[in-house]
Design a binder for this molecule. Structure first.
Ligand SMILES: Cc1cc2nc3c(=O)[nH]c(=O)nc-3n(C[C@H](O)[C@H](O)[C@H](O)COP(=O)(O)OP(=O)(O)OC[C@H]3O[C@@H](n4cnc5c(N)ncnc54)[C@H](O)[C@@H]3O)c2cc1C
Length: 392
């Protein structure tokens, strides 16, 4: 049985996080966070990252010698929860994915070269995994990296690269050998996005968004020193990173924060006496979503620090990803229904600190359809669970 009451130390940390956010979180960024926008402008993200680095909170989970805090699991949990509740942006992909992977697989030279720049926001990273014909079946990727002296030469293309147009570096997987099993012969490389031969083309998605790109490589040289792990063994490195990505996609804290604001909105805009049957039905849906979210929160907490907690997250991350994204989408769908027609209109005066839900409800609902696709689609997560847990 887990005690879900925060310890005095965690309560104190939550208060310090609240104070820090009210002083150091740029108001524009907080507003964007509450609007569920997961791609804030880079200048704001850089400012926020510098503030976090100054405070020593840029990458709390890193080991202390690499800028981490040495906190207990409970303090990390309290920190992440409070950050989300205060509208802080999601941590950068460097902190969530490539940073921890570098810590696991990087050489000491690679760690000292890249980690400090990630921490202070000097280097932003994008992920080059998917290709036009390699998404769910990622191991069938074809983008080549051929050895030429002290370099690899890249040719081919990567697809759906989030933030490829604003990132400085890419971590990616490339085909170095195709003579054996498709999982063999994949190599994990780190490459400078300003290298000659890299072209980034926008992919404009629903609502005229430009967050994702197709990236082309035309004889791009990458030093072999920028390889993470052994040559041809990049699949293991990629799998490690993907598990971290899935775990982060569950977004329990964000959903709690969104749900809380949605409830406040309903209570203030539709007082009990004026509620129609439609409102009551909506509230029933909301209560169901809240109950499911609470169950997921308990599951996440049990995995993180319960007695039956797991040392390494595998199928557990897949389970959290499926439930987390389903609930997140359900809450945003309810938000859209609550706001009705109003939800499709963006307010022209978007300057208030906490905007009305109508600013973003439709936009967020449709944008977050992506979460059940990326980081490995939910169908693929079910396959992973079927294999790893059920032995099918
Ligand atoms: C907004 C967005 C951002 C992204 N950002 C990045 C990024 O930064 N970097 C990156 O590398 N990739 C990124 N991706 C790519 C993402 O990881 C892939 O879209 C995803 O893995 C699915 O691959 P696919 O699009 O090729 O679809 P497909 O693999 O073609 O799948 C199509 C459909 O078939 C289903 N399906 C496929 N195979 C099976 C199976 N064996 N069993 C059951 N169902 C199956 C899938 O679930 C899906 O519903 C992003 C995607 C999106 C939408």
């Amino acid at each position: 049985m887990i005690d879900f009451t925060f310890s005095p130390e965690a309560v104190d940390l939550r208060e310090r996080v609240r104070a820090f956010c009210s002083e150091k979180l740029p108001p524009e960024l907080r507003r964007i966070g509450f609007m569920e926008n997961d791609h804030p402008p880079r200048r704001l993200m850089d400012e926020w990252q510098r503030n976090l680095a100054e405070k020593g909170w840029a990458a709390p989970r890193f080991p202390a010698e690499h800028g981490g805090t040495g906190w207990s699991d409970e303090l990390h949990y309290a920190f992440e929860r409070e950050m989300a509740l205060n509208g802080a942006p999601r941590p950068d992909s460097a902190m969530m994915m490539i940073g921890p992977t570098l810590l696991q697989y990087g050489t000491s030279e690679q760690k000292s070269e890249f980690l400090p720049k990630m921490l202070n926001g000097e280097q932003r990273w994008c992920q080059g995994f998917s290709e036009p014909n390699a998404g769910s079946d990622l191991a069938s990727l074809k983008c080549r990296a051929d050895v030429d002296g002290a370099d690899y030469i890249l040719n081919g293309s990567k697809m759906w690269t989030s933030d490829g147009h604003t990132s400085d570096w890419m971590f990616g997987i490339f085909r170095t050998d195709d003579s054996g099993r498709k999982q063999h012969g994949i190599t994990f490389l780190l490459l400078d996005m300003r290298s000659p031969g890299v072209t980034v083309e926008p992919i404009v998605t629903f609502g005229h968004r430009h967050n994702v790109n197709q990236v082309y490589f035309d004889d791009v040289r990458v030093p072999t020193a920028n390889r993470l792990g052994e040559e041809h063994q990049g699949w293991s490195v990629a799998k490690y990173l993907l598990t971290l990505e899935r775990f982060g996609t569950a977004e329990v804290s964000r959903s709690l924060s969104t749900l809380e604001r949605l409830k406040q909105h309903i209570h203030s805009e539709f007082p009990e006496k004026s509620r129609s049957i439609a409102h009551t039905l909506l509230l029933a849906d909301l209560v169901r979503a809240e109950a499911e979210l609470m169950a997921l929160e308990a599951t996440e907490a049990r995995m993180l620090f319960g007695e039956d907690g797991v040392e390494e997250l595998g199928a557990e991350a897949s389970l959290l990803k499926i439930r987390g994204t389903e609930i997140q989408q359900r809450i945003l769908e309810i938000a859209h229904r609550v706001l009705g027609d109003e939800a499709v209109v963006k307010r022209p005066d978007g300057n208030e600190e906490v905007p009305r839900l109508s600013c973003y409800a439709a936009d967020a609902r449709f944008n977050f359809r992506k979460t059940s696709i990326y980081a490995g689609s939910n169908e693929i997560q079910k396959n992973i669970i079927a294999k790893a847990v059920l032995g099918l």
